[in-house]
Ligand binder design. Structure first.
Ligand code: ADP
Length: 347
């Protein structure tokens, strides 16, 4: 509909153009005829016609190239789209070699962007599968190894207990991994509908801090919380998951005798929760990656500290589902703060 309107508008434009050119010719002819004579008027018109025809030839030559290039490039675009739908995302259209208008160029840019987006998603998918396989493989290898060792009848009861503890740890790592993967996929696919309800955020924060008391008190961490009563609307169960992950990380990465702090602020529109620790901190170059799936700043610590690099990805996803933001402030060796901001009333 709009295309035919454009066509009509185009024809109207040409018609106006013809009228203007014709009027100039007529006015020029009349001026020359009355001011000089008929011969001068005819010569003038002849010269004008000649340059007009010359101009037309140049325009025609240019136009033919333009049409040919447009057809050729459109064909390339169709081919690229076919390639993409067949799963080949490595296409890259180069409009610079062709004389095409900006609409076609824009279309080519969009196809290129789409291919690039799909390419990076494909890379993420492949990486994700390989990370998951690796995360499953390493505890399984360890469980298999220690189970074989347990078969030895001459094993001391001390070693037996040590091996059983390792098997237990690795099993819970596997179970945590599958829990986190299921949670992420439910959040990604939207399969889990958010249950919005009003609840006391300060109470939830205090309860979470208390539920971790065995872990922080055994490390002699001085834990303080400053959380004035604040009612917010959100998915209570999911938001609790955010604090569990942040506090758990804080305790994990804070050495014995350190300190941790949770504060809650409310300006009427947004709540801001800050979970700080005096732990090992995160390097600048790692800070931008820690919310990515399976990213662990220091993989060598993984065995000792545990974790699979999914916690913060889940945290970010939950915060985003609540229209919130999360940022990290950290200094190596000094400590880390995670700052979560969410609207008080999501609905
Ligand atoms: P993990 O299960 O490994 O803790 P997360 O996604 O929760 O996975 O965290 C990703 C990485 O971010 C961690 O491996 C760690 O390197 C870094 N990190 C997260 N929280 C902290 C913190 N409080 N202090 C220092 N490093 C942290």
């Amino acid at each position: 509909m709009s295309r035919s309107r454009d066509r009509h508008r185009g024809r109207g434009h040409h018609f106006m153009y013809d009228v203007v050119v014709l009027s100039i010719f007529v006015v020029q002819f009349l001026l020359f005829y009355f001011l000089v004579n008929l011969k001068a008027a005819l010569v003038g018109i002849f010269i004008n016609l000649l340059s007009f025809v010359f101009g037309l030839i140049i325009y025609y030559l240019f136009f033919i190239k333009h049409v040919k290039d447009s057809h050729k490039f459109m064909y390339d675009i169709y081919k690229a789209i076919d390639e993409i739908s067949n799963g080949n995302f490595s296409v890259a259209l180069n409009a610079k070699e062709f004389d095409v208008n900006h609409h076609i160029m824009e279309l080519a840019d969009k196809v290129n962007n789409m291919a690039e987006g799909l390419r990076s998603m494909e890379t993420m998918r492949v990486d994700f599968v390989s990370d998951v396989s690796h995360e499953i493989q390493s505890p399984l290898t360890s469980i298999k190894g220690f189970t074989a060792l347990l078969k030895d009848d001459d094993l001391s009861s001390e070693d037996r207990k040590k091996y059983i503890d390792i098997i237990e740890d690795e099993s819970s790592r596997l179970s945590k991994l599958s829990y986190n993967l299921l949670k992420l996929s439910a959040l990604d696919s939207g399969a889990k509908e958010l249950k919005f309800e009003e609840f006391d955020l300060s109470r939830q924060l205090r309860e979470t801090v208390l539920s971790f008391e065995p872990q922080w008190s055994v490390k002699n961490i001085d834990f303080t919380a400053d959380c004035p009563k604040t009612i917010i609307s959100g998915d209570m169960e999911l938001i609790k998951e955010v604090w569990i992950n942040l506090i758990n990380n804080g305790i994990k990465f804070t050495p014995d005798g350190g300190s941790m702090n949770v504060t809650l602020k409310n300006d009427g529109h947004d709540v801001e929760v800050k979970v700080s620790d005096s732990g090992i901190g995160i390097k600048k170059e790692d800070q931008q990656h820690i919310f990515e799936r399976f990213y662990m700043a220091d993989k060598s610590r993984k065995r000792v500290i545990g974790g699979n690099g999914l916690g913060l990805a889940i945290v970010k996803k939950i915060v985003m589902l609540h229209n919130g933001t999360i940022k990290v402030e950290s200094e190596e060796g000094k400590g880390t703060s995670f700052i979560v901001k969410m609207p008080v009333n999501h609905v």
